[in-house]
Design a protein around this ligand. Structure first.
Ligand code: GLU
Ligand code: MG
Length: 437
């Protein structure tokens, strides 16, 4: 692996974009504690040219300080220099974690989860994306043709992701035209949100090197198949056992997992603004596309808001180890730190309140009658970002998960984004987000 002359100091902001500043490699080691300055007003950049409302103006600055164990060099090319990047914590000039930073938000949620449950949180994202710029006739979904149209891409991607040390498991064709999916193994704590940021940037880089563009936008065109960023999660106890699993319980979900599921279902309408945070997200979110349209719980069911993923392994020990929960509403316009941080907050509230496991729904909740949904306590998710923000605003618990200033700035960016998006047709808006994400 050759050294890079430039190290990109990176962070994920309120609109889920990885922003960077670059340090030349001789300077980088000298900046491990002080990092690089960043005018915090930059934290409220929208995916358009404008900034959202904020009190920070031209003066307030944070330091973006490298988190050493997130440093990665991807160097699989002879004709291009390596990509060297490191994720950062936003710190105040006094060295404290900045309370409005996205990574801080997640760290605080993790710490509370650990303190209140004694468990470690582990998670993995699934990455769906379209490869733009692929020539030739469309291949059938999931076919060998689909993959072998871009053999260099999938091969380079496997190599680059292994080099990125993110425990890549699969690279596969998906349902949509030139749509692919990458999955990785679960990671503990902070790495669970750091990894997906690294993975997305590696995918983008590999695509870029070959003249393609990878887009993770939730809806590349109004009629195309959507891109989800499904989250799989579970908990580990002190002995390293899967604390979400208990074969004596309904659905094999431990009591604490049942409370967590109930919390996620209860707060899912409020979570939407945190996890599906762009106007385009609501072209994807909804029933009949395996993306989810209702706050519901299911076993195996890909239309449920949160589902139990039972293990196919006949070995009981392996069954216990791989048992996990999946949440399908998130997409890549939301920062992984905000997605996982808010999910933990919702689940933790369910644990505190000892909420009972909701009834499991089989099939698409949209196919039930309204009366049946009422009986099962299943409510529809918001159908626009504006509605999602109104739901969140009206939920004193879910909005309290962010410090008030962060909440004001996060929702302010989102409302600015809605206002800017209003000038676009659906096609234009999809194009815009396709180019940004
Ligand atoms: N592409 C779907 C989504 O938008 C998910 C399809 C799948 O189950 O993998 O979430
Ligand atoms: Mg998929």
């Amino acid at each position: 692996m050759s050294d890079s002359d430039l190290v990109l100091l990176a962070w994920s902001d309120y609109v889920g974009i990885t922003r960077v500043r670059g340090l030349v490699s001789e300077i980088y080691p000298k900046r491990m504690t002080t990092g690089i300055g960043w005018a915090v007003a930059g934290q409220v950049l929208t995916p358009f040219e404008e900034l959202g409302p904020n009190p920070w103006g031209s003066m307030m600055e944070v330091r973006q300080v490298p988190v050493a164990d997130t440093f990665r060099t991807i160097d699989i090319w002879n004709d291009a220099p390596p990509l060297a990047m490191v994720l950062c914590d936003a710190r105040t000039l006094e060295g404290q974690l900045w309370e409005c930073g996205t990574r801080t938000f997640y760290q605080n949620a993790l710490e509370d989860f650990r303190a209140e449950t004694g468990l470690e949180f582990i998670a993995a994202f699934e990455h769906e994306f379209q490869l733009l710029g692929v020539e030739g006739p469309d291949a059938p979904p999931f076919s060998i043709e689909h993959v072998r149209k871009v053999p260099q891409f999938v091969n380079d991607l496997a190599r680059a992701l292994k080099q990125a040390d993110v425990d890549v498991e699969s690279i596969e064709p998906e349902f949509g035209v030139n749509q692919f999916e990458v999955t990785t193994g679960p990671a503990v704590g902070l790495a669970a949100a750091d990894n997906p940021i690294i993975v997305r940037e590696v995918i983008r880089e590999v695509a870029r090197r070959l003249g393609y563009r990878a887009t993770f936008t939730p809806k590349p065109t109004p009629d195309s198949v959507g891109n989800g960023a499904h989250v799989h999660l579970s908990f580990l106890d002190q002995q390293g056992n899967n604390a979400t699993y208990d074969s004596s319980q309904p659905g094999d979900a431990s009591v604490i997992a049942q409370h967590f599921i109930a919390g996620v279902v209860k707060y899912l309408p409020s979570l939407c603004a945190y996890m599906a945070s762009s106007p385009v997200s609501y072209m994807r979110l909804g029933p009949h596309h395996w993306a989810c349209g209702f706050a519901s719980f299911g076993i195996q069911n890909r239309e449920a808001g949160i589902r139990i993923c039972p293990s196919p392994d006949p070995d009981p020990a392996k069954q216990a180890r791989s048992f996990n929960l999946e949440v399908r509403a998130p997409d890549a316009t939301a920062s992984p730190y905000i997605v996982l941080g808010s999910l933990i907050r919702a689940g933790l509230q369910g644990i505190r309140d000892e909420l009972p496991l909701p009834p499991a729904v089989d099939g698409d909740p949209a196919d039930l009658t309204q009366e049946q949904r009422n009986e099962m306590g299943i409510v529809a998710l918001p159908t626009s970002l504006a509605e999602a923000l109104d739901v969140l605003d009206a939920d004193p618990i879910a909005r309290s998960w962010m410090p008030e200033l962060m909440y004001q700035c996060f929702t302010g960016v989102k409302r600015t984004e809605i206002a800017l998006a209003a000038a676009y047709t659906d096609e234009q808006l999809c194009e815009r987000y396709r180019n940004v994400y």
